[in-house]
Every structure is written in C-alpha cells, then in structure tokens.
Design a protein around this ligand. Sequence first.
Ligand code: IPE
Ligand code: IPE
Ligand code: MG
Length: 243
Amino acid sequence: MDQERQRHYPPLPVMPKHVGIIMDGNGRWALQRGRRRLAGHRAGVENLRHVLSAAVELGVPILTLYAFSTENWSRPEAEIRGLMRLLSEALEKEVDELHRNGVQLRHVGELSPLSDILKEKIQAAVALTRHNSRLIANIAFNYGGRQEITTAIRSIIRAGIPAAEVTEDVVAEHLYTADMPDLDLVIRTSGEYRISNFMLWQSAYAEYYISPLYWPDFDKDEFYRALQCFAQRDRRYGGLKDA
Ligand code: IPE
Ligand code: IPE
Ligand code: MG
C-alpha cells in the first residue's frame, strides 16, 4: 500500500469521460488458487473498493461496472445466491464510506427480479449519494444491452412518440444512461475479447482495452496503463485525420 502511495501517476493529455469495466475472471482467479468460485467473487468485491478509490484519484468522472448480466441467471443457483448476498453485504458495509468520498452510486439494469431487500438497499444507496459529484459509479447489476434497448423501445412506444420523430437522441434518452455521455473506454479483464451484452448502444465508438489480469488482481497500475493506452488512441469516428 505504501509502495503504491509513493508511485507517481503523471496527468494524462486526454482522459475518458466515461469508462466501462467488464469485471471478469473472478472464478478463474479462485480456481487457480484451489478455492471455490465464490471466494473469487468475494475477492472481486474487495477489489472494487480499491478500483473506486483509484478512479477518484486518477480523475475518471464516470465509471460503469458490469457486475451481473442478464445472462448470468443461467449459472448454478448457489453461485447466483452468493452473488446477490455479496452485493447486499457490500452495500451495507461500503456505502457510508463511498458517500463520504463523494461517490454517487447509480444502478443500471432491471431491478424487478431482485429480492425486495436487495432492491431497497440499492435504492437507498442511490438516494443517499445522489448529490455527490466526485465520481459517478454506475453498477450494472442484472444489466443486458439488448434488454436495455428493448425496454427503451417499449417506453418510446408507450409515450406515443410518432415513428418519424424517433431519432438517435430519442433512443439515447430512453436508455438507463440517458443523462450521461457515451462510453469512451471499455476495459475487460481476464483476457477475453468479447462484449458479452455490455452497453451495446453506448459503446458504439468506445476504445477497448483488454487486460490479461483477472478482476481481483486488476489494480491502480493496470488502470493507469489502460488510461495511458487510451490517451494514445487515434479516434476518427469514421472520418479522416486532418491533413
Ligand atoms: C466475473 O467473473 C463476475 C461475474 C460474471 C458475475 P466470472 O464469474 O465470470 O469469472 P470467470 O470468467 O468464470 O473466471
Ligand atoms: C460478463 O462476464 C458479465 C460480467 C462481468 C458481469 P461473463 O463471464 O458472464 O461473460 P461470458 O460468459 O464470458 O461471455
Ligand atoms: Mg467470466
């Protein structure tokens, strides 16, 4: 810790406004150590605290963390129950400190299938921290990109918006991230090269950084490396570089 404190992270010429992290590899981290997958999830939650502090220190304004996908319901029941319990415990233990540190917690995804207790804890954390502005941390829990777009289409139709008036802006306004900028950078840990239904709309022009580290090992150094790498990217958005 002291060592990390002494390490210097020079300011970068360009910073992403919005970073998404696909926190992957908890299970493999645990199995590699001869432990059960849930031990990996526990280590992953512990690491989340460090990464949230690192985001504040490095100056990332908005972070979206993929914690449980709509596809993760297909895992064994015991693992799902364990993941729900870990989120519930983390909210109980960490929210006060996150609040003191100026973190605004938000939830993206569908709350209705979650237990009443978990729903209430999430809503309470969101309500408590809503005026904070040092870091916006979106927790994507029971989140799926296709589900998000489907829900947006439904609410556009329900609002009676005529087809000719459905623009890209209208669609964006009906997503969970309505008031937020698109993702600039998506980081995926554990060396997997896929999107796994994460923020399909918002990542249309995101830059990608694949870290070989399993999520419990992803630290401030590696986060900084991802940001350095982002700062060197040449983003063209389909256009051409100035001659
Ligand atoms: C990421 O770790 C956490 C969730 C998807 C809930 P995994 O559980 O996917 O870990 P691996 O990919 O099996 O190692
Ligand atoms: C993506 O990881 C979802 C989260 C990190 C929450 P998965 O482990 O579920 O994705 P796949 O199965 O490798 O695509
Ligand atoms: Mg995985």
